[in-house]
Ligand binder design. Structure first.
Ligand SMILES: *Cc1c(COP(=O)(O)O)cnc(C)c1O
Length: 455
């Protein structure tokens, strides 16, 4: 095939006149089509300048229009809906917790209009955005005070920076964890300006290790939830109560980063209320893990300490926006007034095997009616989001086979809506635990469409 030369590159106005580009101009503003086309030509020119052998058909109208459309579609789309058929409930890559419909509506209302975000309607004066959340959080957890920031990483950073900068924070070597997405406790500690004082060993840390490390420079004892892994075998971790008693006897703070932070019991996980009543002065947790709300970092604890955090200049850089506040307030209201079953992530985590099997049967029936060969299969889902790492959630779903499974899965991912499952033992598995109630039909249609192209 002949390679392209610089002088073969067509002029912009010639391309603009082709039927293929005309068709794009029917869907997008002409100026945007022109921009995209200019970019496509610019890229071809740079490749030629670098001496790359560009095939001549790269300038065929269909090829140029195809690339131009790809660029315009990219600019036009934003986030796309994904049907999560992975069985991982708090899938960080897929946005962690899906909000309750009423929480999503609350966020949309707050975003699409004005609200009393920082306005006291009684006096007509300025109010606090935290007031919408603090009462709910204190009621649900028993905490004396609460503060919400953008995510838990920010919460941990704010707490260390404000309460322990320039002084030592004592931490067990078993808790020098990396959470993922580059959140590593030693790094966060260094950035915060607090001096990390490691105690104990990787597998065993005792109360006397903490005790011996406390001195005039100690600001706090920190406990970090080893969210995404478990230690088994010859291990020892000191109970929160004991650390709290020691901290308070020697006049230092006890901080606890819970990570997931459950408001209701899950397996062996202590609830946030239990952690607070065991004596932690400040507890931090995520809004979008086991709580099932929007991305947020929640700080709970002693009134004087929370007040100090709220006054810190750094807080201003971390304050949550109105849509987050609206969604979180509604999620918390659901816990309080409707029960935690109204929160989708919690419902998914607690869904019974029988209920899931019934959904999987319905999916299989829909798929078979659409001509898709599939089978009902028992599966094991996970909580995800660094929560409950050792717990598998017995689940149900359907298994499909295809000539080229990777290509089939890719087609599903690129469809509308996008569908993400997982490939295991030569089959594509779709776990229904994480499929939302309203998505069943769309899922079946999307799978049938990709399957038809697959043959
Ligand atoms: C997940 C997690 C974080 C980070 O929380 P984000 O809300 O993702 O910022 C911090 N600490 C622990 C222990 C975690 O599990």
């Amino acid at each position: 095939m002949a390679a392209l030369r610089m002088r073969d590159l067509p002029a912009l106005h010639r391309l603009l006149a082709t039927a293929e580009i005309e068709e794009l101009a029917g869907r997008y503003p002409r100026e945007r089509v022109r921009d995209a086309l200019r970019e496509v030509l610019g890229d071809l020119r740079r490749r030629l300048e670098r001496g790359e052998a560009v095939p001549a058909d790269a300038i065929a109208p269909a090829a140029v229009a195809g690339e131009t459309r790809r660029r315009l579609d990219y600019l036009d789309q934003g986030l796309r809906q994904v049907i999560n058929a992975t069985g991982v409930v708090l899938h960080t890559n897929l946005g962690r917790a899906p909000l309750a419909p009423s929480a999503a509506r609350a966020a949309a209302l707050a975003g699409g209009g004005y609200s009393d975000l920082e306005f006291d309607r009684e006096s007509g004066r300025r109010g606090s955005r935290q007031d919408h959340l603090e009462g709910l959080l204190c009621r649900l957890t028993g905490a004396p005070a609460a503060l919400v920031v953008n995510n838990n990483a920010a919460a941990v950073f704010l707490v260390l920076r404000t309460l322990a900068a320039g002084r030592e924070t004592v931490l067990s070597r078993g808790e020098l964890v990396e959470i993922g997405g580059s959140f590593r406790i030693p790094d966060v500690m260094r950035e915060s300006g607090s001096i990390l004082r490691e105690v104990g060993t990787t597998n065993r840390t005792h109360l006397k290790d903490y005790e011996q490390a406390i001195g005039p420079d100690t600001a706090a004892l920190l406990r970090v939830h080893p969210s995404n892994f478990r230690q088994i075998g010859f291990t020892a971790r000191v109970e929160g109560e004991e650390i709290a008693a020691l901290a308070h006897r020697l006049g230092v703070l006890f901080l606890e980063d819970l990570g997931s932070g459950a408001l209701v019991p899950f397996g062996d996980e202590p609830t946030v209320s239990e952690v607070l009543s065991s004596g932690a002065d400040v507890v931090t947790m995520s809004g979008d893990k086991l709580l099932g709300g929007p991305q947020a970092g929640i700080v709970l604890g002693r009134e004087d300490l929370v007040a100090q955090l709220r006054r810190a200049p750094l807080y201003r850089a971390m304050r949550p926006d109105k849509m987050t506040i609206a969604a979180l307030a509604e999620t918390l209201r659901l816990y309080l007034m409707d029960g935690f079953d109204a929160v989708p992530a919690l419902r998914m985590l607690q869904a019974s095997e029988e209920a899931l099997k019934a959904v999987a049967r319905r999916l299989r029936a829909r798929l078979r009616r659409a001509g898709v060969t599939c089978e009902l299969v028992p599966l094991a889902g996970r909580a995800g989001g660094g929560s409950l790492p050792e717990t598998t959630l017995p689940s149900w779903g359907v298994a499909l086979i295809a000539q080229d499974l990777e290509a089939f899965h890719r087609r599903l991912r690129l469809g509308r809506p996008s569908v993400v499952g997982r490939i295991e033992d030569g089959r594509l598995l779709l776990d229904v635990r994480t499929v939302l109630p309203g998505e069943e039909q769309e899922l079946a249609q999307a799978v049938a469409a990709a399957y038809a192209l697959n043959a």
